[in-house]
Design a protein around this ligand. Structure first.
Ligand code: SF4
Length: 443
């Protein structure tokens, strides 16, 4: 199993923080990022929003968890002290704790992670670590829920900042999905009855970036979870069982994947949960192969074909790789599209010095650039704007949850109730049969 090799101690230049300071100072013309990026993380935790960054403008559901005040000892500690305290707590806890870090997490947090990967890889890592009493998940809420689903009941999954949600996941609310399902049943007839070919009218498929409640819905209704690594395999699984697929929450991953499989665009109507029949006609839904939920990632939505044209004009021979959460025209204009792990491996496997323009979250792009100085690697979006939800995890929160563990207290535990967890595991188990690569422990 190859190591993910993303934990370089080499300083990143220019760093995300450097570029953020440029934005705050007004040097980054055209930025739509908030000057609040300069604020301390605990400042914007009190406000009803996701914090500064690309997804800060998205609506968050009422009742979403807010992080309470951190003690002053964490809020006021200088960064070097926080790092020392995190390292000391980790040393004290030893194998009792494991820290998982998502690719999009800031470097100051990733440097402490035992495993770094995408959401699927980290879910697998959580499943493979039954000895750890606590799994500290430096990612967002749905990822911690998934880790709870896949870990043992004795293990505590901890999200260092409860306000680290995901705006895309929030775009498919369980009540909206249930309502959609009822409308589809009225249209198609009983959804659990197969036709003469053994196919049910519709199979629900949810992207990993969804709540446990949505995964539970999918599990109860004959469906499956997918990731950006295995979306095509999962859709093949679903088409072997149903005449059509209801895909949520990310319309772009659904559209890009189905299009690559030969599904015509006119057979992919959109479902807007705020409109009757999702805003589609009965005829469109009758003819549909993939019904796309009206969701998106605010980070990946920022990438445009103009940025690709500019990259090609300014860097002849540039290799453009984008994430499949980007809009379809961007994916079509790129040289390649793939999950974060596909992007990482493409760069690692390039034998000649190459210029890469990458369409994904800036923390990962900057880290790859620092680790591969033989290549020129830059973000397609010239104005940095990180995922605001990931950005909410700060070393101060990590130090806090670890020192609480040392003191024998579990804070910020994420627990999925069993009535949701059981069917959600069914959907995840189906997905885990569609296996991409799992991460290896850092040497
Ligand atoms: S990058 Fe997009 S999908 Fe990923 S956590 Fe951030 S908002 Fe959610």
């Amino acid at each position: 199993m190859p190591a993910l090799n993303l934990l370089s101690s080499r300083p990143i230049d220019p760093s995300v923080d450097h570029e953020i300071q440029a934005i705050v100072a007004g040097d980054a013309a055209g930025s739509t990022c908030s000057p609040d990026l300069a604020a301390t993380p605990w400042t914007f935790d009190h406000a009803p929003g996701y914090g500064p960054g690309a997804s800060m403008g998205d609506v968050i559901p009422t009742g979403s968890p807010l992080q309470g005040d951190l003690p002053a000892a964490y809020r006021e500690a200088p960064e070097h002290e926080l790092h020392a305290r995190i390292a000391a707590a980790k040393a004290t806890l030893g194998d009792r704790v494991v820290i998982l870090g998502h690719f999009y997490q800031r470097d100051e947090v990733v440097r402490h992670a035992d495993y770094v990967g995408d959401s699927f890889q980290l879910a697998k890592a959580a499943q493979a670590l039954p000895a750890a009493e606590a799994i500290v998940f430096c990612g967002v809420h749905f990822m911690a829920e998934t880790a709870d689903l896949l870990s043992t009941p004795e293990q505590a999954v901890i999200l260092p900042n409860l306000a680290a949600g995901c705006s895309m996941a929030d775009m498919a609310d369980i009540d909206q999905v249930e309502e959609c399902w009822e409308q589809l049943e009225e249209l198609y007839g009983p959804l659990d009855v197969a036709d003469e070919n053994g196919l049910v009218p519709v199979v629900p498929v949810t992207y990993m970036n969804s709540s446990a409640a949505i995964k539970g819905f999918v599990g109860r209704n004959g469906g499956i979870v997918c990731t950006s690594s295995n979306a095509r395999t999962v859709l093949e699984w679903a088409f072997a069982r149903g005449r059509r697929v209801l895909f949520f929450p990310d319309q772009h991953l659904g559209r890009n994947t189905a299009k690559a499989m030969g599904v015509p665009l006119e057979r992919m109507p959109m479902w807007n949960p705020h409109r009757p029949l999702g805003g589609a006609t009965a005829a469109e839904l009758g003819d549909a192969r993939v019904i796309l939920w009206h969701g998106f990632c605010s980070v990946h939505r920022r990438f445009t074909t103009d940025q690709i044209e500019r990259a090609r004009a300014e860097h002849p021979g540039v290799r453009v790789i984008v994430h499949p959460e980007c809009p379809m025209p961007v994916v079509d204009a790129a040289d390649e599209a793939g999950s974060t792990d596909v992007i990482r491996r493409a760069i690692e496997e390039a034998t000649e010095p190459t210029t890469f323009a990458i369409g994904t979250e800036i923390n990962l792009v900057q880290r790859l650039a620092a680790q591969h100085p033989q290549h020129r690697i830059f973000c397609l979006d010239p104005v940095v704007c990180p995922c605001s939800t990931m950005y909410r995890i700060h070393p101060g929160y990590l130090a806090w949850v670890l020192e609480e563990l040392v003191a024998g207290r579990v804070v910020n535990r994420i627990t999925v109730p069993s009535d949701v967890a059981d069917p959600a595991r069914v959907a995840l188990d189906r997905m885990l049969a569609c296996v991409p690569q799992a991460p290896a422990r850092r040497g």
